[in-house]
Design a protein around this ligand. Structure first.
Ligand SMILES: Nc1ncnc2c1ncn2[C@@H]1O[C@H](COP(=O)(O)OP(=O)(O)OP(=O)(O)O)[C@@H](O)[C@H]1O
Length: 252
């Protein structure tokens, strides 16, 4: 039995099926998919374009619904919440208190400055922000002199870094990141990966990150590979070379 399977899952997906469209236009991005994400671990999710990675992240975070199946979060004290069984109000509360999300499209609030965007989850959740941690995150992301700019005054990469900072500063139990380094130069990408690693190693948070980059995935503790809406492999501590070889096989 692998290390990953012995530890408590922070997030458990069971038999998730998701369909978009009807008739000839039907797409089934998730096909009876089950997977556990270990608590306090960094898991990468890889797979060909269209294999269902973003859909899975949205369903896991309660941002999109599944046709069937369940998503369950487990607290540190062992208490569980079935996200898929919650009403909208309760779901919003759980998302605010427990989940951070880094979207592919950043989803920043246009009228707010970078700092206001970063502090928004904490202010909505009523939690006090750890100001020292905030300063560390924005310094490492190179955002210190961009805090008073609004999103339209920032480059794509700067907006992505604001989205990363927003997901980190309230220290949610689980962070879902959908290609968080996709739009960044290699140095800033490495900073983002380092911060996600810190979230896991120093703060015990659980990180689930979609990436197309085998080097980024190799820095995680394990990698889940999706193909056609299903989990086709789960590798513990794989090397970038092994991941590259698996991705080529999956794409065949
Ligand atoms: N809102 C939607 N309406 C209809 N089809 C959708 C919608 N969102 C995703 N799909 C389809 O579902 C499938 C899975 O998409 P998804 O974005 O989850 O894949 P992905 O693995 O994240 O891809 P990529 O690596 O290109 O981001 C694709 O065929 C996509 O076109």
């Amino acid at each position: 039995m692998s290390t990953q399977m012995r530890v408590r899952p922070a997030v458990r997906a069971a038999n998730l099926t998701k369909t978009y469209g009807t008739g000839d236009a039907t797409v089934v991005p998730l096909k009876n998919l089950s997977i556990d994400f270990a608590a306090g671990a960094f898991t990468a999710v890889m797979g060909p374009s269209g294999s269902g990675k973003s859909t899975l992240m949205h369903v896991l975070a309660g941002l999109d619904s599944a046709d069937s199946g369940t998503v369950t979060l487990t607290h540190d004290d062992g208490a569980t919440i079935e996200l898929t069984g919650l009403g909208e109000k309760e779901l919003t509360r759980v998302r605010r208190e427990r989940i951070g999300f880094i979207f592919q499209a950043y989803n920043l609030v246009p009228a707010m400055t970078a700092e206001e965007n970063i502090l928004l989850p904490a202010s909505l959740g009523g939690a006090a922000t750890d100001r020292l941690f905030f300063e560390m995150v924005i310094d490492r992301l190179g955002l210190t002199d961009r805090l008073h700019h609004r999103p339209f005054e920032l480059s794509g990469g700067q907006q992505q870094r604001v989205a990363v900072a927003r997901a980190l500063v309230s220290k949610p139990a689980v962070i879902f990141a959908d290609e968080p380094t996709g739009n960044l130069d290699s140095r800033t990408g490495a900073e983002v990966l380092g911060l996600l690693r810190t979230a896991v190693d120093e703060f015990g948070q659980t990180v689930v990150m979609v990436t197309h980059d085998v080097n980024a995935a190799a820095g995680a503790d394990s990698t889940v590979i999706l193909n056609d809406g299903r989990v086709v492999d789960q590798l513990q501590d794989p090397t970038a070379e092994l991941l590259a070889a698996r991705m080529i096989e999956v794409a065949k």
